[in-house]
Each structure stands twice: as structure tokens, then as C-alpha cells.
Design a protein around this ligand. Sequence first.
Ligand SMILES: Nc1nc2c([nH]c(=O)n2[C@H]2C[C@H](O)[C@@H](COP(=O)(O)OP(=O)(O)OP(=O)(O)O)O2)c(=O)[nH]1
Ligand SMILES: [Mg+2]
Length: 134
Amino acid sequence: MKIIKVVAAVITSTGKSGEPIIFATQRGYGEFKGGWEFPGGKIEKGETPQEALKREIMEELDTEITVGELIKTIEYDYPAFHLSMDCFWCEIIKGDLVLKEHEAAKWLDKETLNSVEWLPADVELIGKIYEKLS
Ligand SMILES: Nc1nc2c([nH]c(=O)n2[C@H]2C[C@H](O)[C@@H](COP(=O)(O)OP(=O)(O)OP(=O)(O)O)O2)c(=O)[nH]1
Ligand SMILES: [Mg+2]
């Protein structure tokens, strides 16, 4: 099966009451349109995962980020391909998270983390993030 290597950014910030929050985006096109994900995309030839992620977030959100610790590498079999996705904790350096490709976005805290329809591959990541948002 075809393997697709993807990087995703779990961008963190602090909410109004000082609670930790993360940034989720809704896909605006393609097969998974309407599903919620973490912004990012495919690694190109010659890129490190970190370089790919900085590039993708600039392309998709017009925002510069720092790429921190790896949360998890998700391995997931979709019907048409195998997804291998490195998910990193990230922070904003500069920019306003402009939605250039996505349909919508939300900041989520521990209580609202499960209020969106996550893509199938992301479900196991959400548990890990939940622990961290405590
Ligand atoms: N970015 C991202 N992709 C995800 C997540 N979960 C998940 O299953 N995917 C899948 C959907 C896509 O089939 C695949 C690649 O992501 P992508 O469409 O963002 O790739 P890209 O930004 O390079 O976009 P494109 O130029 O190929 O259209 O990964 C996620 O949380 N974030
Ligand atoms: Mg993308």
C-alpha cells in the first residue's frame, strides 16, 4: 500500500481563564472535506519533518511557528493509503492564523476537545492531548 508521510501541528496557547487550548482546523476541500484535523501536510523530498511543518503552517495559515516536542507518530490505514503522521507541539511566533485553505477553525480546551468530528487517524492522538490539557 502507498505510504503518505505527513506532519501535523498541535498549536497551543492559553485561553481567557488561563486554561491551555489547542488550535483545530476543518478541511475545506477533498476527500475528507468537513473533517477536523491539525494543520499540516505532506513532507516533501529533502525536508526534515520540522522544516515541512513550518512551511505548511506558513502556506495554510500565514503564521510562523516553533516546532517543539514530538507528541506521537500516528500510523493509520485508510482504504487507499497508509498514513504515517508526526504530530508536534507548536507555538506561534508571528502571524494571525489566517485560514487560507481551511473552512473553519476553533480553539479547543479540555472540555471541548471532543466537540468536533476528528478525522479517523486523529482519534488516538486526542487522548494524548487530553492528558496534556489537564
Ligand atoms: N494535515 C493533516 N492531515 C491529516 C490529519 N489527519 C489525517 O488523517 N490527515 C490526512 C489527510 C490527508 O489525506 C493527508 C495529507 O494531509 P494534507 O491534505 O494536509 O496534505 P497537504 O497539506 O500537503 O495538501 P495537498 O497539497 O496534498 O492537498 O493526511 C491531520 O490531523 N492533519
Ligand atoms: Mg494540509
